[in-house]
Structures are given as structure tokens and as C-alpha cells.
Design a protein around this ligand. Structure first.
Ligand code: S3P
Length: 172
């Protein structure tokens, strides 16, 4: 089974994905990490050296490469991945996408501490962050909400979220 986690930056895709993969004995992939390994550069470096348009192209290629090479896995994609090219369609055709949903206030609180490594928000001050996220999420939720499984992240521990997801999956 191929499980993909989608959702805005900071919603917990990597943490929850890793735990889910451990429990199923599946490999875990993080699309950003795969891109960083392939190009030997951080996501911030790729954004500043190539620009966002080129980044979206290599992101799409990295997604296709993962679908080509693996059987069972849990994959955390980038917050923007579902919103470019036909990526959401590809996620739906090749995997079971799960949307980890969190509101802009919670997201901005989480991201305030770790925005430096995220080029789209690194320049924003804390007051502007929540407004930026609200607008951005409004544009992206039409993609995230195509996921057949939607899980509300707010006020739940990683353990609780993993249990909730496991109960929603069509596994024996
Ligand atoms: C992005 C999200 C990031 C990373 C890049 C762009 C986005 O991934 O791919 O900084 O457009 O939302 P995370 O969601 O893992 O932070």
C-alpha cells in the first residue's frame, strides 16, 4: 500500500508519516529530502538558485520517481506539491492520500519557530504569517480536500493521530 500525506507546511506530515511507516514496517520518504539528496542542496538553496517554477518541475519529477520505484511506502509530500501540475491527480491514482488538516492560527504558531528553512515564508514577520497562511491555504485546500481521508490534527498527539489514521485505513 502506498500512503501519501498532504497538507500545509507545519501540519506534521513528516513526523506522523515516519511514525506511521514504522508501525506498518513500510519505508518512509519525505519528498523534500529526496530532492535535497538528489541535487545535494537544501530546498532554500534550490528556491534561490533555480526559482520556484523550476523547483516545481523537479518536485514533480521526484514524485514520479518515487511512484516508479517503490511498492509499499508512506510518503510526505511538500505543502505545495498537490497544487502544481497534475500532482494531486497522480497522488490519487497511485496512492491513498491523507490530508492532515490544521487551521491558519495553529499553523502559524508552529511555523513561527521554523520558517527559516521554508523559503515561501522565511521573510514574513509573525503578524503577517497568519494572514499569508490563511490566504495560501484558501488557494490550496481545493487540492488537499480531494484526499479521500481527512484528519483534523488540532489538539491531538502524534500517537493519537497515528491510531486514528490506522483505524481509517483499509488494512487487515
Ligand atoms: C512548500 C513546502 C515545503 C517545501 C517548500 C515549498 C510549499 O515542504 O516543499 O519549501 O510550497 O508549501 P513542507 O510542507 O514539508 O514544509
Amino acid at each position: 500500500m502506498k500512503i501519501t500525506l498532504v497538507g500545509y507546511m507545519g501540519c506534521g506530515k513528516s513526523t506522523i508519516g515516519q511514525e506511521l511507516a514504522t508501525q506498518f514496517g513500510f519505508p518512509f520518504f519525505d519528498l523534500d529530502v529526496e530532492i535535497e539528496k538528489k541535487y545535494g542542496k537544501t530546498i532554500s538553496e534550490l528556491f534561490s538558485q533555480l526559482g520556484e517554477i523550476k523547483f516545481r518541475k523537479i518536485e514533480k519529477e521526484a514524485l514520479e520517481a518515487i511512484f516508479d520505484r517503490s511498492n509499499d511506502f508512506v510518503l510526505a509530500v511538500g505543502g505545495g506539491t498537490p497544487a502544481y501540475y497534475q500532482n494531486m491527480q497522480a497522488l490519487l491514482e497511485n496512492s491513498l492520500p491523507i490530508y492532515l488538516r490544521l487551521n491558519p492560527v495553529e499553523l502559524s504558531q508552529r511555523l513561527a519557530q521554523e520558517k527559516q528553512k521554508r523559503p515561501l515564508i522565511a521573510h514574513l514577520n509573525d503578524e503577517d504569517l497568519v494572514e499569508f497562511i490563511a490566504k495560501h491555504l484558501f488557494e490550496r485546500r481545493q487540492f488537499y480536500e480531494q484526499a479521500p481521508i481527512i484528519v483534523d490534527v488540532k489538539s491531538k498527539s502524534v500517537k493519537e493521530l497515528v491510531e486514528e489514521i490506522k483505524n481509517l485505513l483499509p488494512l487487515p
